[in-house]
Design a protein. Structure first.
Length: 287
């Protein structure tokens, strides 16, 4: 598997997506952001927005883009299924996104092995830098414990609303790496990595599409496949205020595009939802 992804927990695939696809994504995403209510944006002030892409079948071509699937194959990520995706758009002059990790299967031993069980594909729709809120990550934190694991209560409503901007989860952390991006680039992250985004200090909106895929689908524990299928189907949501839209409701033409990526439910109960790693089971990290 891609050494950078295994060792650091992220990989940068530059110039992957064609310009015309990026232009279409910008157009539909700007319209979706414009439709977001003030209440939605206030509830997600730290993210900027958290719009489920299942609300717009126009995203089908991105989910199934051959450039993304080939890029992931080049990293050794095979047998993919799609779980969910979000339009995360930080307005100009907005605060940092809090440090968090996105994995929810920590109750299982397989979560403490090197091989990722879920990856995020991040498609920034404009040039990003530290100034306008690019991604930042703590290399290796997908496998090794870090001080911040102790203070994380990821996706808690108060953190999303930014009730205390002085909280350490919004600040720079020792060892962080900035991951700027250009339109057409793709950043791939292991769902377990600690990451966040800098404040957007510019006058301009910064739009991101995050897509969550599961590689090595047939080998994943049954409970993980069950939870992923439930999320795809809109039966559960990791986000409490989300209305649980699902691509199952897309027109047949859009649904057909992603048919090979639909996670089939294996039957049986989902894994216990657990977003907190047992840091004793992770390798201790040296500062
Ligand atoms: O807004 C960003 O740059 C990062 C988004 C993120 O952390 C996520 O989708 O999990």
């Amino acid at each position: 598997m891609g050494r950078e992804l295994l060792a650091r927990g992220y990989a940068h695939l530059p110039c992957l997506l064609p310009d015309d696809l990026v232009a279409r994504l910008i157009r539909i995403s700007a319209a979706n952001v414009a439709r977001a209510s003030a209440a939605h944006r206030a509830a997600n002030r730290s993210q900027g927005s958290l719009i489920n892409i299942a609300t717009d079948p126009g995203y089908a071509e991105l989910v199934a883009a051959p450039e993304i699937l080939n890029g992931l194959a080049g990293l050794g990520l095979a047998d993919l299924r799609f779980q969910s995706g979000f339009l995360i758009s930080k307005p100009g002059h907005s605060p940092a996104l809090f440090w968090h990790q996105d994995w929810w299967g920590w109750s299982l031993g397989s979560s403490y092995h090197a091989r990722p069980q879920q990856i995020g594909v991040m498609v920034y729709l404009g040039r990003t830098s530290v100034a306008n809120g690019c991604l930042r990550a703590l290399p290796g934190s997908h496998l090794r414990s870090h001080r911040l694991h102790g203070s994380i209560t990821a996706h808690e409503a108060g953190l999303s609303r930014v009730e205390d901007e002085g909280h350490e989860l919004y600040q720079s952390a020792q060892g962080e790496v900035a991951l700027p991006s250009k339109p057409g680039d793709v950043l791939v992250i292991d769902a377990r990595i600690l990451h966040s985004a800098y404040p957007n200090t510019t006058d301009h909106e910064r739009m991101l599409l995050t897509l969550w895929y599961h590689p090595f689908w047939p080998d994943l524990p049954r409970g993980i496949r069950a939870h992923a299928a439930n999320v795809f189907d809109g039966a559960v949501s990791d986000i409490s205020h989300d209305s649980r839209p699902t691509p199952r409701g897309w027109p047949p033409r859009a649904l057909r595009k992603i048919a090979a990526l639909v996670p089939e439910h294996p039957g049986g109960p989902p894994v216990e939802f657990d977003r907190r790693p047992d840091t004793n089971r992770m390798e201790a990290v040296r500062d």
